[in-house]
Ligand binder design. Structure first.
Ligand SMILES: [Fe+2]
Length: 359
């Protein structure tokens, strides 16, 4: 079991965390420019999916392939996320947890001051060959690694500048901030839970609490990005034109309905139920949130019992993707579920094909 990679809690440099993670902050006043007046801390979190098709469709100068567009509703959702990031949240740093920087032992934090290179999507190299060049907030990166170690997680600081940055990290960060003018901290996804049928998200929750502690100790104003898709079964054939939207739709109705149930919980602000629902959703849809980015994100925010703002949902080669913002100080309006509704489609026990799925 993945717990073989745990170490004993408590060490050395700093006292172990004993205070519970706060469960939300008081409402913040918006300033004249629409930005909130909060001080340091985690000011917002975004679920920020990374399929390479989205960057490909944007045609940014950093990416070599050219497209005619496509997946507009998701890209417009990111457009609104970028506006809020820049006008309201105004972070010192974006902290991203991404599932394709895979570390088999422990949780790694990129502490390289200026990662530069070419990120290539190995399944879709014809869509993503991206030149990146960004700055790391090394002080915060180091603090997150130390806090995670103090929380009992096996942790490493990546200091080798030659390690290529994965496309899931690049995808979420580009789509949230294509100018790359905000420093970054990048966290790996410890992948050993993938060897087991049930996701072990507890480590990701501890990593989230450690991230929050490090942000507060360093006095940063941070936005978090969990770089995950939702349902994750997908096609194994691509249309001649990758951005042919006539070929784009949910993998099947079952996947779609599970995603809608997850989003219903998000929009209603039923976060405690969402936490319990995630393993069911993962089991039913091979959801990419199995990698832990969403659990890390919501744990860092203290599992706030507030609605998330679903800025957009769309499929990419059949997988479900949602751009969602959680802003504890300025929460979205709640959209309650219909009376008597319960999460989990009525064909929840239907057997599912389990394919190797990534995008
Ligand atoms: Fe992915």
């Amino acid at each position: 079991m993945s717990r073989v990679f745990h170490i004993t809690v408590g060490d050395r440099r700093r006292p172990p965390q004993t205070a519970p993670v706060p469960t939300g902050a008081p409402a913040a006043e918006l300033g004249p420019g629409g930005g909130d007046e909060r001080g340091p801390g985690i000011v917002a979190g975004f679920l920020a999916p990374h399929p390479p098709h989205l960057i490909y469709a944007e045609n940014p100068p950093q990416n070599q392939p050219r497209s005619r567009g496509g997946w507009e509703l998701l890209r417009w959702a990111y457009q609104e996320a970028r506006r809020r990031l820049r006008e309201r949240h105004r972070p010192d740093v974006i902290v991203v947890h991404a599932p394709h920087w895979i570390t088999m032992v422990g949780h790694h934090v990129n502490c390289v001051p200026n990662p530069r290179g070419l990120s290539v999507e190995p399944i879709f190299p014809h869509l993503l060959r991206y030149r990146y060049d960004f700055r790391t907030d090394v002080e915060l990166a180091t603090a997150i690694a130390d806090c995670a170690a103090d929380a009992g997680l096996v942790t490493r600081k990546l200091t080798n500048p030659g390690v290529r940055v994965d496309y899931a990290t690049i995808g979420a960060l580009h789509l949230l901030n294509p100018d790359w003018d905000i420093p970054v901290v990048s966290l790996s996804a410890n992948n050993n839970p993938y060897f087991y049928s049930d996701a072990d998200l507890e480590q990701m929750e501890r990593l989230g609490a450690a991230t929050r502690r490090a942000v507060e100790e360093t006095g940063r104003r941070a936005v978090l990005a969990g770089s995950n898709s939702l349902s994750h079964l997908h096609w194994d054939r691509e249309p001649d034109l990758p951005e042919d939207m006539a070929a784009e739709h949910p993998y099947d109705d079952h996947q779609y309905r599970w995603d809608m149930d997850l989003l219903t919980l998000v929009r209603a602000g039923r976060t405690r139920e969402l936490r319990a629902f995630l393993p069911r959703h993962i089991e039913a849809t091979a959801a990419e949130v199995k990698a832990g980015s969403l659990s890390w994100l919501l744990s860092a925010l203290g599992w706030p019992e507030i609605p998330g703002d679903v800025l957009g949902y769309g499929t990419i080669i059949g997988t479900g993707n949602a751009v969602i913002e959680w802003d504890p100080a300025n929460p979205a309006r709640a959209h309650p579920a219909p009376p008597g509704w319960a999460p989990g489609p009525d064909d929840a026990d239907r057997p599912r094909p389990m394919t190797g799925a990534r995008s």
